[in-house]
Design a protein around this ligand. Structure first.
Ligand SMILES: C[S@@+](CC[C@H](N)C(=O)[O-])C[C@H]1O[C@@H](n2cnc3c(N)ncnc32)[C@H](O)[C@@H]1O
Length: 264
């Protein structure tokens, strides 16, 4: 399902995701001539960083959100960046056949629950011996903030929009993810949970993160109720975790997956 991503707002409030992606790109160990697929590329800045490492290769950024892709194409046009392309598409239905040496993804796979299906598409998209490096929200990600939100859902003011069920992101653990990789024909090299704190300025940074990425919650609310929901989650979380310096810490947990394709 496509959510209402706001590319401009995400662009301004995603410096942490960008820093994580930068670190992940460092682990790609690129030779410079690879063909890379970036799944859930968002507004394109991370894809552009990969392109800059590929003087004789190329990267395709794929995203379900038409708005994200339009923003990426406008800011990073192929006339100026000939080794960088963007396409609208669903990572659940990858149409590629042995076209890529490497599949990369940052902060996107937790939006999709059926990872087995994504991995099957990745296997088809990779050339023999192709590699995979993915990082996403993992089991326990931002748990204390979601706990605050889920507690609010038990209250009539908010609960009536959620019919008693809290939204679930696909925050998985390594054991289950390894199994899915193997079933799809990928050999896991490293599958691990990594703790990474996110630190926000108060109040704008914390609210900016919620506003730009909490679509599973925000989509259930009428538009006019969203600002109050965001402010309430932020203020309850801050009240419980007092900040001495105008900044607040959120404990994030990322699931990092490195694998190779068995075929070939
Ligand atoms: C938090 S953003 C991450 C963007 C970028 N990778 C980054 O690191 O900044 C998650 C992106 O995943 C995309 N996404 C969610 N479900 C998807 C799907 N089924 N297929 C392709 N993209 C998807 C969203 O549209 C969104 O742009």
């Amino acid at each position: 399902m496509a959510h209402a991503w706001n590319p401009e707002d995400y662009h301004k409030h995603s410096s942490t995701q960008q820093a994580w992606a930068h670190e992940l790109i460092g682990k790609l160990d690129l030779s410079g001539d690879e063909r890379v697929l970036d799944l859930g590329c968002g507004e394109g800045k991370v894809t552009a960083e990969i392109a800059a490492c590929l003087p004789s290769g190329s990267v395709l950024g794929l995203d379900l959100s038409a708005g994200m892709i339009a923003f990426a194409r406008e800011r990073l046009p192929s006339e100026r960046y000939p080794n960088l392309r963007f396409a609208e598409g669903d990572m659940l239905d990858l149409p590629f056949d042995r076209e890529f040496d490497l599949v990369f993804s940052n902060a996107a796979l937790h939006w999709v629950s059926d990872h087995r299906r994504v991995f099957a598409g990745i296997v088809r998209a990779l050339r023999p011996g192709g590699r995979v490096l993915l990082q996403m929200g993992g089991r326990g990600n931002a748990a204390p903030v979601f706990a605050v939100a889920d507690e609010m859902l038990a209250e009539e003011q908010w609960g009536r929009y959620f019919s008693g069920s809290a939204p679930q992101y696909a925050f998985y653990g390594p054991e289950e993810e390894r199994k899915r990789l193997e079933e799809a024909g990928l050999t896991p090299v490293r599958v691990e949970l990594i703790g990474k704190d996110m630190t926000f300025d108060l109040p704008d940074g914390l609210m900016g993160w919620i506003r730009t990425t909490w679509h599973l919650y925000l989509d259930r609310l009428p538009e006019e109720a969203r600002p109050a929901f965001i402010a309430e989650v932020a203020s309850r979380y801050v009240a419980r975790h007092p900040s001495p310096d105008g900044r607040i810490r959120v404990p994030m947990v990322r699931l990092e997956v490195e694998a190779v394709s068995d075929t070939g």
